[in-house]
Ligand binder design. Structure first.
Ligand SMILES: NC(=O)c1ccc[n+]([C@@H]2O[C@H](COP(=O)([O-])OP(=O)(O)OC[C@H]3O[C@@H](n4cnc5c(N)ncnc54)[C@H](OP(=O)(O)O)[C@@H]3O)[C@@H](O)[C@H]2O)c1
Length: 263
């Protein structure tokens, strides 16, 4: 494989667009998500349009054993990963006290544990070859606490913090780590998180997955440490520096709130 990128959460949304962008640059791909049918559709689409080799691997990354299996399968194929894009993630709308615990635990397992585990498994190979790019998809949610999606926001704060520390640790090995921070974006995320009526997605400007992916891919190629998509999102992300913390958190709650309160 040449210039091989492993993308998690490639069956839809931002990951799907990132895969096509990488293929358009002539790179090969390993696409990971749970839905094998969608992954195969994307593989066919890419192979019909670009000169890329595509391998699909269906895994539920919220299950630790399946992360190990992913690494084993890539290793058995003898593939060295040049680009790792940790994109798979989801959220859940509602009060923490009444949230479905299994779903909450799955957010932590996918957004935090699996992202960290996948990175830990593939990073030594990049260090050995003396180069590599890692992109971790965080969110503008990473910059402040988020009532009504508390664990999701906290998980993205973890991704941002982890990515910055790693950026520093691996820079001397020729590896960069980019934390991509999108704001609200039209993908499957809104439905999966139960955010259909949320004010967040009623804002005038919700980004497209293609715009976010293009922006993120460019930032990763340049080796940027943090990439916040869009001017408004950059302003919102820095609100915590200028306003009292409790005020910012209350504003986030207002944005999170649906037309109907959760029960
Ligand atoms: N859309 C937004 O407004 C927004 C804003 C900020 C940040 N983000 C972040 O952007 C990233 C991509 O999300 P998206 O917006 O593109 O949403 P999406 O369309 O729902 O895509 C999520 C991807 O993750 C995969 N996935 C979910 N659970 C998985 C699991 N247990 N194991 C493996 N793969 C799994 C899904 O595929 P399968 O269902 O096939 O597994 C899908 O390919 C996420 O980390 C999200 O938090 C999104």
């Amino acid at each position: 494989m040449k210039n091989s990128a492993l993308i998690t959460g490639a069956s839809g949304g931002i990951g799907y667009e990132l895969a096509k962008i990488h293929a358009s640059k002539g790179g090969d791909l390993i696409l990971v998500a749970r839905n094998l049918e969608k992954l195969n559709q994307l593989k066919n689409e890419i192979e019909n349009s670009f000169h890329s080799n595509v391998i699909v691997i269906a895994k539920d990354l919220s299950i630790a054993a399946e992360v190990d299996e992913l690494f084993q399968e890539v290793n058995n194929l003898g593939i060295q990963i040049d680009i790792l894009i940790n994109n798979a993630g989801f959220g859940d709308f509602g009060f923490f006290a009444t949230a479905d615990w299994n779903k909450t635990a799955e957010i932590i397992d996918l957004n935090i544990r699996s992202l960290t585990h996948v990175t830990r498994l593939f990073l030594p190979g990049m260090i050995k070859q003396g180069s590599g790019r890692i992109m971790n998809v965080a969110s503008t949610a990473a910059f402040q606490a988020g009532p009504l999606m508390s664990v999701y926001y906290a998980s993205k704060a973890y991704v941002l913090s982890f990515s910055q520390a790693l950026y520093n640790e691996v820079a001397s090995h020729g590896i960069t780590v980019t934390a991509l921070c999108p704001g609200p974006t039209h993908t499957g995320f809104k439905k999966a998180a139960g955010l259909n009526d949320s004010m967040l997605f009623k804002r005038a400007k919700v980004a497209t997955a293609l715009d976010v992916a293009n922006y993120g891919y460019r930032a990763m190629t340049k080796g940027k440490m943090i990439a916040v998509h869009g001017f408004t999102n950059s302003v919102i992300a820095s609100a915590g520096k200028f306003f009292p913390r409790k005020f910012v958190i209350q504003m986030v709650r207002k944005l999170q709130e649906k037309t109907k309160q959760p029960i």
